[in-house]
Ligand binder design. Structure first.
Ligand code: SAM
Length: 274
């Protein structure tokens, strides 16, 4: 069991210095780490991929519950720390930049869940890498900056609703499972956090990647009407864009932020068929 390891002491004994540029804000609070694992609903048969192993505090909690853990850590200085903190056969740590993995690497995980306290500077690229891969995880449970969590679960016609919200909603259901104070991290960052769980991930036959391009175009300039954003950013004529909105039963003056994800899907289908 992982409860008795003094991670701070091990880091200090190895002369470890945190690198802000790598998003190194670690969590040692066992209650919080267990809560993350509980929110992720880890089963004893699960393979869990963890992105950003840090000192190994979350890794060990996951390993207590899962059959196998594949951890990724970009910072090779932590290898010496892991020799002291992670000593179990079910855990394999790869010292690689997760964003550099190719699809074959991700396919090699088999069926898996992702659980991570993500480095904040690359939260969105990591989410997209997982969602757009041809082997998406069964679920993703991640600690992210609170503002990003709010954007992921936002509703149309709110300031937080945007490309991130809609592209995530195209592929899965998102829930904030709990808020986490900045005081839970070492060193303490300037922002609070939240745990987000993404479920029912699918490589949809919806052509999510192309629909995401339409959504990106629709939010190109939030103050512009949707029609004008589509003309500028999606290479279609004003007439075609207006015709599509009329077919959808929407006012031609509508802004992108007013459309639900389903309406974006319908808009994509109509534009593709005009
Ligand atoms: N899981 C640990 C915890 O909860 O204490 C550490 C979390 S810390 C927020 C993020 C970790 O991700 C750091 O250890 C950092 O070095 C690592 N990291 C940053 N960029 C990475 C990347 N591109 N690929 C893999 N790991 C990365």
């Amino acid at each position: 069991m992982s409860q008795n390891i003094d991670y701070k002491f091990v880091l200090q004994s190895q002369g470890f210095e945190f690198k802000k540029g790598l998003g190194q804000n670690f969590v040692f609070d066992t209650n919080l780490l267990n809560a993350i694992a509980t929110d992720a609903d880890i089963q004893s048969s699960d393979t869990v991929v963890e992105i950003g192993v840090g000192a190994g505090s979350l890794t060990n909690i996951i390993a207590d519950r899962a059959s196998r853990v594949v951890g990724f850590e970009i910072d090779k200085r932590l290898q010496a720390v892991h020799k002291l903190t992670i000593q179990r056969d079910s855990v394999e740590v790869k010292y690689k930049d997760f964003l550099q993995l190719n699809d074959n690497d991700i396919v090699s995980f088999g069926v898996y869940k992702v659980v991570a306290n993500l480095p904040y500077y690359i939260t969105t690229p990591i989410i997209f890498k997982l969602l757009e891969s041809n082997n998406p995880p069964k679920s993703i449970t991640i600690m992210v900056q609170k503002e990003v969590a709010n954007r992921i679960v936002a509703k149309p016609n709110t300031p937080d609703y945007g490309v991130l919200t809609a592209s995530v909603a195209l592929r899965c259901q998102a829930t904030i499972t709990r808020k986490v104070s900045r005081a839970a991290f070492v060193p303490q960052p300037n922002v609070d956090s939240a745990i987000v769980r993404l479920d029912k991930l699918h490589c949809s036959n919806l052509n999510a990647t192309n629909i995401t391009k339409l959504i990106q175009a629709a939010f190109g300039n939030r103050r512009k009407m949707l029609v004008n954003n589509l003309v500028s950013n999606y290479s279609i004529s004003k007439q075609k864009a207006q015709q599509a909105l009329i077919q959808l039963g929407l006012p031609i003056t509508i802004r992108g932020e007013a459309l639900s994800v389903q309406q974006f899907v319908d808009l994509y289908n109509i534009i593709s068929n005009i």
